[in-house]
Write a protein that binds this ligand. Structure first.
Ligand SMILES: Cc1ncc(COP(=O)(O)O)c(C=O)c1O
Length: 456
């Protein structure tokens, strides 16, 4: 092996990073003062830093890691596959890891989803679903369906199509508005049953009102929508907003009534995060298109899938000149190594009690967030599966901190010095650890959070 072109020690490497690398979701001017932490390894639920410290990966490295870092079965699967077939284009060729992945996953999905399209990340899984839905409607003669429906405050990725159906803070979506898809948005309330200590007395009436709002939305917009997209049960990047399965059922009913295709984006919620294999199981419904990524490879390699139905697939059949084919693809579509690791990860769902671990973590998170709920700086502590979240406020006023105070960012930095990776989103502080994390580690993380809240 040739010598590394990098300077030998990490202080110089950090300077090199700041001189040349451009990090995601980062104000690089701020990074000058607080350079990215060098990670030299990862083991189980921990990241190993260059200074010799270990930090608990409390957010599963952007919600990807399922079985812990460096699971030997995933590592072996990658090594084996790389040494036999590293990569081949998926147009005109096929291979065993991709077919095995379809065969392993299909029995775990709603029975109507029989067709699988491969791409590389959550955003492209969403782009594929949007394009497929739009083209399908056109090819069915539905030429007036030029818009999409989506939930208020949703997030579906960073490519322009995905940004168009998402709606985060104005600086995120608003900036690109002139370039985005036409989208109508439906607001759904949060589900108070997920909150620890919520008052549920008004809930039945609120739920009825929310159902009526769903119906009104589809009466108003339904005939112009190609598809409606939602993150089932929890809007993650939108601030861990947990919303009711009954409204997802109503959206399904209304999509059917108005000829709108339903896309469920399970990029973040899939693979056990919500205590079931898929979040849609809480609502018992079947989507027309389903997007999967993140946990698909156990959180190791980029890969994503867009599943759809036979009826949609058939809209694309015809001779070449008909122009009905789905002309979309990526260089690394169905990368064999990523597929092999995804297969090893799915095998672990049979070999290890992955879902039971998620449910046990849920119980621990309920205890931890139940304790946090008593802190004067905490509001609306809530849990869904292995995701715990709360809002933090100024304990003196009970109001949110001003954005300029960068309290979430400060919590993130302080937590690192206590061996914990947190990454609050606005006023939302959450834990979303690898499903294999021992409950005692979550208890300890709760103690750290309590201590940090004292310092707010
Ligand atoms: C629900 C959802 N959809 C799509 C994406 C985009 O995935 P990626 O970052 O892999 O493009 C994310 C990422 O957080 C997500 O949470």
């Amino acid at each position: 092996m040739t010598a590394s072109p990098l300077p030998p020690d990490w202080s110089d490497r950090s300077a090199f990073d700041l001189a040349h690398a451009w990090h995601p979701f980062t104000q690089m001017q701020e990074a000058m003062a607080t350079p990215p932490a060098p990670v030299i390894g990862a083991e189980g639920s921990d990241l190993l830093l260059a200074d010799g410290s270990r930090i608990l990966d409390g957010i599963s490295s952007w919600w990807t890691c399922l079985h812990g870092h460096g699971h030997p079965k995933l590592v072996t699967a990658a090594e084996r596959q790389m040494s036999s077939l590293d990569h081949v284009m998926f147009a005109g060729f096929t291979h065993e890891p991709a077919l095995e992945l379809i065969a392993r996953l299909k029995p775990r999905l709603p029975a109507n989803l029989t067709r699988c399209f491969f791409s590389d990340n959550g955003s492209t899984a969403v782009e594929v679903a949007l394009k497929m839905a739009f083209q399908c409607q056109l090819q069915r003669g539905q030429k007036g369906r030029l818009r999409f429906g989506a939930l208020r405050g949703g997030y579906h990725g960073d490519t322009l199509g995905a940004v168009g159906v998402g709606e985060l803070d104005n600086w995120f979506t608003g900036l690109f508005r002139p370039l985005l898809l036409a989208c109508d948005r439906l607001e759904v309330p949060e589900d108070p049953r997920r909150e620890l200590n919520a008052d549920l007395s008004q809930w039945p009436a609120q739920l009825d009102a929310a159902r009526a709002e769903v119906r009104r939305f589809f009466q108003r917009h339904g005939e112009h929508l190609a598809a409606f997209i939602a993150e089932p049960l929890i809007q993650c990047a939108g601030g861990m907003r947990m919303w009711p399965p009954e409204l997802l059922q109503e959206i399904r009913t209304q999509c059917d009534a108005h000829g709108v295709l339903l896309i469920l984006d399970e990029v973040a919620t899939g693979f056990g995060r919500t205590g079931t294999f898929l979040a849609l199981e809480h609502a018992g419904i079947q989507p027309d298109l389903l997007c999967l990524s993140k946990g698909l490879t156990g959180g190791t390699l980029p890969l994503s899938l867009t599943w759809t139905t036979e009826a949609i697939y058939e809209c694309f059949l015809g001779d070449w000149a008909s122009g009905r084919a789905f002309l979309h693809g990526h260089s690394y579509t169905a990368n064999p190594t990523a597929c092999a690791v995804a297969n090893a990860s799915l095998a672990l769902f049979d070999e290890e009690p992955v879902i039971a671990r998620s449910q046990a973590l849920s119980a621990t998170l309920s205890t931890v967030f139940g304790r946090l709920a008593s802190h004067p700086a905490v509001r609306r502590a809530r849990v869904l599966g292995a995701i715990g979240a709360c809002q933090f406020v100024d304990p003196a006023t009970g109001e949110p901190h001003p954005v300029e105070a960068r309290v979430g960012w400060r919590l993130h930095r302080q937590a690192l010095t206590h061996g914990l990776l947190l990454r609050p989103m606005g006023d939302c502080l959450y834990l979303l650890p690898p499903l294999s994390t021992p409950p005692a580690r979550i208890e300890a993380a709760g103690e750290v959070i309590m201590e940090l809240l004292e310092g707010l």
